[in-house]
Structures are given as structure tokens and as C-alpha cells.
Design a protein around this ligand. Structure first.
Ligand SMILES: [Zn+2]
Length: 330
């Protein structure tokens, strides 16, 4: 089919999408969203009682043990890994609140003051938390510092948490840091780390095992977030958008994606849970394909936290959808 046959309906769809984009508005309205959220969400969530307390006001006052480490993490996956190692003997909070897209996030001045009182702040690094420069005099641990970070057009790719073996590496850094600050509980942290590490090994071998017999090696993610994952498992990632989800759609890139999908024989177009699926739907319609979710685990909703969703449940959902997209046996 020639391009001209498909361009007109696509441009029309794009116009609709662009006009009505505040959807994932997370990206553009962070400051406002946070101001609203900060009045209804706790700044600090006791790790042991996350299900009960998230969304309740003033949860910090429930902490009776004032000796607990005050640990801040920049955004969801880091929160989850730290939580899995420190569990109920530390107070762990996430700086980017549930439901907020972290790529363009900026903390409020009030949050920055709160952060100055923490024992340690864990960040992903690789340029993901540019706001960290505003926080001085606090023990800040950049979890990506020992990893080999790749760049796309000179911009570092921060999405290390989607490679389970890179997560093993950053979990070891989390463990070492907690032991340094709180050596008294070293054994407790080590036991939790061993469990996390073995779950990461299992996830890695499950991914390898499930993606060995597939017709395709190429997949089309929504934004460019699965490069490390793809490299680890011998796949080739393409994406509709760049290193961060964008508010404006690039019509040329959409048209190129449709042509690429046809060339590669790809018939699944991915979207993300926190993104309006209309753009992916538009592309899928043009190739008579379907839309599935490939979750970069950057945002988790309060509802998902309450229902016990976490890193591993999300990664196994991703694996199931990748098996469909890559047309794998078994
Ligand atoms: Zn991303």
C-alpha cells in the first residue's frame, strides 16, 4: 500500500489526539498534580503498612519507632526494591507520588525541605532525577553509578530497572548502603536481599525460557524504555516515542512506525497503562493489529499498590504480552 493512502486518516486521528491530549497529563502538569496530591497523600509511607495507609492523611504520625531509618527513594521501582530489602524496619517513602509520571517531575520546595531530614536518598541516576542538584547535604546514592549507561543522541537512557540483572546490581548497592548506615540490622537486610536476588534470577530465567522459541525478535514499545531489556534478551526494540513519553505526537514518526510494523510483520503495538491508548490504537488499526500493554513500571497507581501489584507482577504481565507480540511458542 502506498503511504498516501494511509496518511490522511492518520493525520486526522493525530489532530484529535493532539487536541485532547491532557490524558497522561502527568507529563506536563506535574507541579499542579503534586500540589493537589500532596494535600491528600502521605509524604511518608510506612513500608510495613502500605496497603492500609496509602491515601490516608498523616500516616507519618503512625510511626511509633522514631529510631527507624528515614529512607527516601526517587520513584516507584526504586521504592519497591528498597522496600523489599528494608521492609518494616525502615520508613521508606517515594518522592514521586503514586500515579505521577516521573520523567518531568519536579519536587516542591516543601518536599525539598522534608528531604533534607532524611537518612539517605536513593536515586536511579543516569539523568533521570535532574532535580537532585537542588538537594544539598544529604547522603544521596546514585544506583546507576556502577552500571554501563547507554546514550541515545547524547541523552543517557535511564531505564535500567527493566533489566532484572541490572536490578540485581542496584539491589546490592541498596544492601551495602543500608548496612553501612545500620549495621546492627545487617543480617535482616541480607536475608531480604538474598530473597530479592533469587526472585530476580528466576525472573531472568523465566524471560529467557519463554522467549527462546519466537517468530519475531522485534517489538514496538510506546516510549523508548526497553533498550536494556531488549539488549539483555537479544531482542530489538523500536518505539513510537523517544526516551520520555511526549505530549505532542510526531506525525512523521507515527507514519514511519506504521511502515516499520508492516515491514517487520509486527502485529502488536504496545501502549502503557498510564498513557492514552488512542495513538497506539490508531497505528494498530492501520496494520490490522492489536494493542497490548508493555509497562515501563514508571508509574503505579494507588489502586494498584492497594491490590498488591509490584515490580515482579508487572514484569510477568510484560512477559506474557511480549510472548504474544513476538509470536512465541508455549
Ligand atoms: Zn521512561
Amino acid at each position: 500500500m502506498s503511504n498516501s493512502n494511509i496518511i490522511i486518516p492518520i493525520y486526522f486521528s493525530i489532530a484529535i489526539i493532539t487536541l485532547s491530549l491532557p490524558i497522561d497529563a502527568a507529563t506536563k502538569d506535574n507541579a499542579m498534580s503534586w500540589n493537589i496530591l500532596s494535600s491528600i497523600l502521605p509524604l511518608s509511607v510506612n513500608a510495613s503498612t502500605v496497603n492500609e495507609t496509602i491515601g490516608n492523611q498523616g500516616t507519618t504520625s503512625l510511626n511509633t519507632n522514631q529510631d527507624k531509618l528515614e529512607v527516601y527513594t526517587s520513584f516507584y521501582p526504586i521504592y519497591d526494591f528498597v522496600n523489599k530489602i528494608g521492609k518494616d524496619i525502615i520508613d521508606v517513602s517515594t518522592i514521586v507520588p503514586p500515579g505521577i509520571e516521573p520523567h518531568d517531575f519536579e519536587p516542591t520546595p516543601k518536599q525539598i525541605i522534608e528531604l533534607q531530614n532524611s537518612d539517605v536518598i536513593f536515586i536511579n541516576g543516569a539523568g533521570f532525577e535532574k532535580w537532585i542538584e537542588r538537594i544539598q547535604g544529604v547522603n544521596t546514592v546514585d544506583l546507576s553509578s556502577s552500571l554501563s549507561i547507554e546514550k541515545t543522541e547524547a541523552v543517557p537512557d535511564p531505564h535500567i530497572w527493566l533489566d532484572p540483572l541490572m536490578v540485581k546490581n542496584i539491589s546490592a548497592v541498596i544492601l551495602d548502603t543500608l548496612i553501612k548506615i545500620d549495621s546492627h540490622n545487617a543480617k535482616y537486610y541480607e536475608n531480604n536481599y538474598v530473597k530479592l536476588s533469587s526472585n530476580l534470577d528466576k525472573l531472568n530465567s523465566d524471560i529467557v525460557g519463554n522467549l527462546t522459541d519466537c517468530k519475531l525478535d522485534d517489538f514496538i514499545a510506546f516510549h523508548d524504555s526497553f533498550s536494556y531489556f531488549a539488549k539483555r534478551y537479544g531482542l530489538t526494540q523500536h518505539s513510537i516515542e523517544g526516551l520520555a513519553p511526549e505530549a505532542d505526537v510526531d506525525p512523521q514518526r507515527v507514519s514511519d512506525t506504521i511502515n516499520l510494523a508492516k515491514q517487520l510483520g509486527v502485529n502488536v503495538i504496545f501502549t502503557e497503562e498510564s498513557i492514552d491508548p488512542r495513538l497506539s490504537n490508531t497505528i494498530a488499526n492501520e496494520i490490522n493489529g492489536k494493542v497490548l500493554v508493555l509497562n515501563p513500571i514508571e508509574v503505579i497507581s494507588q489502586q494498584e499498590l492497594e491490590s498488591g501489584e509490584e515490580y515482579f507482577s508487572k514484569m510477568y504481565e510484560n512477559l506474557e504480552n511480549l510472548k504474544v507480540a513476538l509470536d512465541c511458542k508455549g
